[in-house]
Design a protein around this ligand. Sequence first.
Ligand SMILES: Cc1cc2nc3c(=O)[nH]c(=O)nc-3n(C[C@H](O)[C@H](O)[C@H](O)COP(=O)(O)O)c2cc1C
Length: 417
Amino acid sequence: MVCVNDFRMRLGQHELVPIVIGGMGVDISTADLALEAARLGGVGHISDAMIKTVTDRRYQTKFVKAKQALYKHNMDSMDKSSVKFSLEDLAEATRLHVRHTMERKQGSGMIFINCMEKLTMNGPKDTLAVRLNAALDAGIDGITLAAGLHLGSFALMEANPRFRQAKLGIIVSSVRALQLFLKKNSRLNRLPDYVVVEGPLAGGHLGFGMDWANYSLQTIVQEVLDYLRQEQLEIPVIAAGGVFTGSDAVRYLQMGAAGVQVATRFTVTRECGLPDDVKQEYFKASEDDIEVNEISPTGYPMRMIKASPGIGDGIRPNCEAYGYLLDANGRCAYVDSYNREAQAHPGERRLSVYDKTCLCTHMRNFAIWTCGQLTWRLKDTSLRLPDGSYQLLTAEHVFKDYQFSENEQIRLPDPAV
Ligand SMILES: Cc1cc2nc3c(=O)[nH]c(=O)nc-3n(C[C@H](O)[C@H](O)[C@H](O)COP(=O)(O)O)c2cc1C
């Protein structure tokens, strides 16, 4: 019987177990989770989503408070265009998170950072340049460009001394997106070191429209592999989205993928950053409890558990403290929706806003439970405890299950003592 361990993923000089734990913001893919993947010989991701919130929590910085204090006068204004990020603080926060993580790294694997272009931060180009370069400066092994086409992102790092040394990859959901990226970057004479092909069953934001169900990861991976072969480009391809068992992974590796990127199975591990009661919601979810909707202000469809407390919640936007989704003109679709409801219901203490959600506040508070399509299968990966809850897993257990399981099997954990 074949298992994932029969394969290795080559990224330049590095030979890795072909399992990548995908980035999950905001601090759902924690440093602890990424470090386990690296220790076990694979690749783990941290994320730079809402990095200041993450460092304030983890390393006792005061970045969020400082920004909020600076823009306090603007709290009641509908116009958020003056609320800017301090680029120095942004760089410092990124360096802190990356440095603290890399200092703790053990084993032969690697740690990458997930960088979403859709976090436009009221200054898309400047803030993205700072995020990417600060991560390189602080010694990250690699950067995965996510949630966007990233046509200009390589150029933003071109002058960095680690531009040709660190591993740089991009997430695409179609061969067309990859073609565009390669064309746009041809003058830099630097190919991506890997391409993550993310299909329609993934968690987080989707690179598809609401017709996502018409697409299949297998087809897109095949198209990307065919295209790269035809162009004689040797770029490792990593398949992502709905790879639930080791046998699922083996099917992609046998097709010619170099590795798989997985996330959902790790949402119920101890190392995952979700609060324990939310992890139980992931375990309990049935197929009918999961939806793809359009409430993310980014404009991308997003998958989540329908019972997420953030859905419909009309909290006042707090761009003065956060503001990660403000576009180049200082606008956010949630701010517009909130203002519409506030005008329609003057004096109301608690508003409901259904068409968009305040993603910054709710991701910060773990109140939007984004998840992969196969979350409903998590209950089959663990044991039920006497009180009816599910036993949390360790990242090592799930990683090794992917690595060594055969024949569609999922190994259950040893009962907790
Ligand atoms: C809870 C959760 C949060 C996620 N957040 C992000 C993110 O911030 N950025 C990103 O590029 N992908 C994100 N993803 C996608 C994963 O990195 C990964 O590619 C995908 O979910 C793999 O499919 P699987 O969950 O079926 O294993 C997220 C996935 C989950 C489950």
